[in-house]
Write a protein that binds this ligand. Structure first.
Ligand code: C2E
Ligand code: MG
Ligand code: MG
Ligand code: MG
Length: 284
């Protein structure tokens, strides 16, 4: 096969993946084997209150810890997993791990902590999803309102009966819904008034441009006002500088995540990170 034991094989790996169907099946096979062999792992990125600097929750982000290649980022394998259907078993594992982590956090005295889990389109419409989520929440005795599902606009916008039914079902159970990468798709805002969505997550690209031109500030302001007017909470992703955070706070953004606070953290290092976290920005 084409998998080599050098770091550079990652590029090789991704390019081949798109081009050759033989490699495509080989990688698909490796993904499935990887799940059996426990090679997947979740990292957690803190979500911080822009008002007082408190940790409010975490976004779970999956990585594939390949024995030869090393840590493979999700952008490399999620699209493939989505197209082959492997996202379904992988997604179940991700949901279980995230809910287990919620139980651990809640047991350690952080009862209000929320975890956001990315749900890809194919996973969202899969018949087993509601059962898997409800069953796992019950199994670990985690309150549904501490779980947030991040879906993309393309899913939210779909005028699909199943999508609407499912959003309503999750909402009735108290599970939160966030619209990820908000503003990057064809934003047909109409779904925001029709669907039981709780949060919009402003895409990193808007945040990146924030300090570069006034127009992007106006755009972000418009998104924040839109959220406020619809009674939705709003979070900014990809906040890397104090300057970006400062603008976001002035614009009324409630929560944020990004490298300014921390990169996604390996599960086993999370407690240590929380114990040492103190964000000086809010101490002034
Ligand atoms: P996303 O859900 O929009 O996640 C945000 C991505 O931005 C993450 O990349 C995160 O590490 C990165 N990020 C966070 N803060 C910053 C920052 O300040 N600067 C920069 N430059 N980047 C930042 P990651 O973990 O590589 O994930 C990429 C995408 O892969 C995610 O985008 C999501 O669409 C998908 N993904 C990740 N984990 C999962 C998962 O468990 N299930 C599914 N279905 N998709 C996932
Ligand atoms: Mg996300
Ligand atoms: Mg995002
Ligand atoms: Mg994104």
């Amino acid at each position: 096969g084409k998998m080599k034991s050098s770091r550079s094989s990652l590029t090789y790996f991704t390019e081949d993946m798109k081009e050759s169907s033989r490699d495509f099946f080989e990688i698909e096979m490796n993904l499935r084997k990887g799940l059996e062999l426990n090679q997947f792992t979740l990292y957690y990125q803190p979500q911080i209150s822009a008002v007082n600097g408190q940790i409010e929750g975490f976004e779970a982000l999956v990585r594939w810890n390949h024995p030869e290649i090393g840590l493979v980022p999700p952008n490399v394998f999620i699209p493939l997993a989505e197209s082959t259907g492997f996202i379904v078993p992988l997604g179940e594992w991700i949901i279980k791990e995230s809910i287990k982590k919620l139980q651990e956090l809640h047991h350690n005295g952080m009862e209000e902590m929320i975890i956001s889990v990315n749900i890809s389109p194919r996973q969202f419409i899969h018949e087993n999803l509601p059962h898997v989520i409800e069953h796992t929440l019950e199994q670990y005795e985690v309150s549904p309102d501490k779980l947030c599902l991040e879906i993309t606009e393309s899913v939210a916008m779909e005028e699909n009966k199943l999508v609407i039914e499912r959003l309503n079902l999750f909402s009735e159970k108290g599970i939160q819904i966030s619209v990820d990468d908000f503003g990057t798709g064809f934003s047909a805002f109409v779904y925001l008034q029709e669907y039981p969505v709780n949060e919009i997550k402003i895409d990193r690209e808007f945040i990146r441009l924030l300090t570069q031109n006034k127009k992007s500030e106006a755009l972000v302001k418009t998104i924040i006002d839109l959220a406020e007017n619809l009674d939705l909470s709003v979070i900014a992703e990809g906040v890397e500088t104090k300057e970006q955070l400062s603008i976001l706070r002035d614009l009324g953004c409630q929560r944020f995540q990004g490298y300014l606070i921390s990169k996604p953290i390996p599960s086993e290092e999370l407690n240590m990170w929380m114990n040492s976290f103190e964000f000086s920005y809010f101490k002034q």
